[in-house]
Design a protein around this ligand. Structure first.
Ligand code: MN
Length: 246
């Protein structure tokens, strides 16, 4: 079997006050989820060069955007709201270039947590910079439970690609986000919300595989068939992209 190559955008050590050198980092759960779904995970480094992004994405069959620090508000024309907003400008520049390159090449994109936010911003949308301050809620979107604990539900649009993939219109998810989508970009549509209305999933309107979730399915693959199905869908779409382009 010729598995598709799925690039995984990584995070950096920028927010780690103990880090003495710049490092690229990725939770291992992303690579494992891609591999077990039938893809070849390829960790994509943080390179602030749009030519690098183009060169990398021209060799890959799909892109997975991972979680991490807040997205810089300057990317959607706002000043930083308060000190809780912790950004990694280098990662933002590298990541935005990767997203643009993937979209230009028509590659499948699956965006997780920070990724759904970065995708929305790349396509012209905005974010709540500090969700607890700007949109107080009974739901704790930054859970203190373990990574694989499902602490809130989401309601999924039955007509969505997401519902077809996970085979359900309701799902129990984990939640580790400080920000969330405010204004949805043109070209994306909301396909799931938490009980408090916070956007938990979007997908592209163009028909290509463009999917974002605010939760962390890579941490749920051992307990949730729907989460496994999301990575299989990405691998399947990437396989289709590989066959088309090579
Ligand atoms: Mn949430």
């Amino acid at each position: 079997m010729n598995r598709p190559l799925i690039g995984i955008e990584c995070g950096t050590s920028a927010l780690d006050s103990h880090a003495k050198i710049s490092q690229d980092r990725l939770n291992r759960s992303y690579s494992r989820a891609v591999w077990e779904a039938g893809g070849v995970p390829v960790i994509v480094p943080c390179l602030e060069d749009s030519a690098a992004a183009e060169a990398i994405m021209s060799r890959l069959d799909g892109l997975l955007l991972s979680g991490g620090a807040d997205v810089s508000p300057t990317l959607y024309g706002e000043d930083r709201l308060n000190d809780t907003v912790e950004v990694d400008e280098a990662r933002d520049r590298a990541g935005q270039a990767l997203i643009r390159a993937a979209l230009r090449n028509g590659l499948p994109v699956f965006a997780i947590c920070r990724g759904i936010q970065a995708l929305n911003v790349a396509m012209g949308g905005t974010l709540y910079q500090d969700l607890p301050a700007q949109r107080p809620s009974e739901i704790r979107h930054r859970q203190t439970e373990s990574r694989g604990a499902q602490t809130h539900s989401i309601e999924i649009d039955p007509e969505s690609r997401l519902a077809r993939i996970v085979g359900a219109t309701r799902m129990e998810v984990n939640s580790f986000h400080h920000q969330a989508i405010k204004d949805v970009a043109e070209g994306l549509t909301v396909t799931a919300r938490a009980p408090d209305g916070v956007v938990e999933a979007v997908e592209g309107l163009s028909g290509s595989f463009l999917l974002g979730v605010q939760f962390h399915p890579e941490e749920l693959i051992d307990v949730c068939e729907g989460s496994r199905a999301l990575f299989r869908a990405l691998a399947h779409a990437a396989e289709g992209a590989r066959v088309q382009t090579r």
